[in-house]
Design a binder for this molecule. Structure first.
Ligand code: ADP
Ligand code: TRP
Length: 325
């Protein structure tokens, strides 16, 4: 008997412009996995509603996320690529899972507590965010879910909810496993803390060249003079350079840091160039894709049709299991 391919699913919120933290922390991995299993990737527009974005902004960002993913190498022939809200069944499943989710479980969510601590006005959507995420994962009977470390707890909740369903009704859901790439767990931003659009410390994947250069040049460093030896391991410029450089290039720059007579300005320029080179083929592809917005709409439409096939089958079984049909 041939072994079934693992189903790998992940989602990304269209909540801002994609940055290199998203790329190295999530997108790259998700794109590479399309060679390994049956992959599904969706744009989590329903999740973004928890912060009530302007409708036109939301629509624009969905398009931009789709464009950026395709430019970065997502192959819609290999990955089922769709918009979350195109599969309305996910809201029905969320309700059913809500009724199996203890309040205590949701109250322990770090991401919810963090948001409150940052002054977000909590709404019920924000509170029950992990249940919608569980519905996303369970709907498609996903085996593996590649996410950043910050989403680990949400994955544990999805597992708990799936187990609860299977015990309460019948063994219907696959219990998903997280897939967290430890080596690129947290990409630092220009200020050294986690790169995040909420901290205003991001470098966009497709930033305009001049703006990108300015961003790199403004990365804060210590005040060591040009001739002084420097410590690469405690320098944010070097940490970012590592993302784009080969081992040999990294060692070369580290040696220059330690030798002295190598200024932070030089390192920043090298970092900027490495960034531009790294994303150059993707920029080219992006420019091509931008000329054909119809293509992106077609990709998402076709993706939704295929995803709906899986969702309808799951929901038939779920409705029957819980006594709705
Ligand atoms: P942001 O923090 O900018 O709001 P999101 O929360 O939308 O980013 O993250 C989208 C995906 O990118 C998630 O899988 C998340 O784990 C990953 N990610 C975001 N920022 C980083 C980072 N600095 N390092 C590693 N992964 C990241
Ligand atoms: N919560 C995830 C994030 O902010 C996005 C997401 C929504 C997701 N549904 C998902 C990720 C399902 C993996 C699987 O990054």
């Amino acid at each position: 008997m041939t072994k079934m391919k693992k189903r790998i699913l992940t989602g990304i919120q269209p909540s801002g412009i994609l940055h290199i933290g998203n790329y190295f922390g999530a997108m790259k991995n998700a794109i590479e996995l399309q060679e390994e299993g049956e992959t599904l990737l969706f744009i989590a527009d329903l999740h973004s509603l928890t912060v009530t974005p302007k409708p036109e902004d939301l629509r624009e960002r969905v398009k931009r996320v789709a464009l950026d993913f395709l430019a970065c190498g997502l192959d819609p022939e290999k990955t089922l690529f769709f918009r979350q809200s195109d599969i309305q069944e996910v809201c029905e499943l969320t309700w059913i899972l809500n009724c199996l989710t203890g309040l205590g479980l949701l109250e322990r969510a770090h991401s919810y507590k963090d948001k409150i601590a940052k002054g977000f006005v909590p709404n019920n959507g924000l509170f029950s965010y992990p249940v919608l995420m569980a519905a996303d994962i369970l709907m498609y009977q996903s085996n593996l879910v590649p996410v950043g470390k910050d989403q680990k707890q949400h994955l544990e909740m999805a597992r708990d909810i799936a187990i609860r369903f299977n015990q309460t009704y019948e063994e219907l859901f696959v219990i998903p496993e997280p897939l967290i790439s430890e080596s690129v767990a947290v990409i630092p931003g220009t200020d050294g803390q986690k790169m995040s659009k909420s901290y205003n410390n991001t470098i966009e994947i497709f930033a305009e060249e001049k703006a990108a250069r300015k961003k790199f040049m403004s990365i804060p460093t210590d005040s060591k003079g040009l001739e002084e030896p420097k410590d690469p391991d405690h320098c944010n410029v070097f940490q970012l350079y590592k993302l784009f450089a080969t081992k040999a290039q990294q060692e070369e720059m580290a040696a220059k840091y330690r030798a002295g007579n190598y200024g932070y300005g030089h390192a920043k320029q090298a970092l900027f160039e490495a960034y531009m080179d790294y994303f150059a083929p993707m920029r080219k592809r992006r420019a091509e894709l931008e000329k054909d917005p119809e293509f992106i709409q077609e990709v998402l439409k076709k993706g939704a049709e295929n995803a709906r096939g899986i969702a309808e089958e799951t929901m038939r079984r779920v409705r029957s299991a819980v006594g709705l049909r």
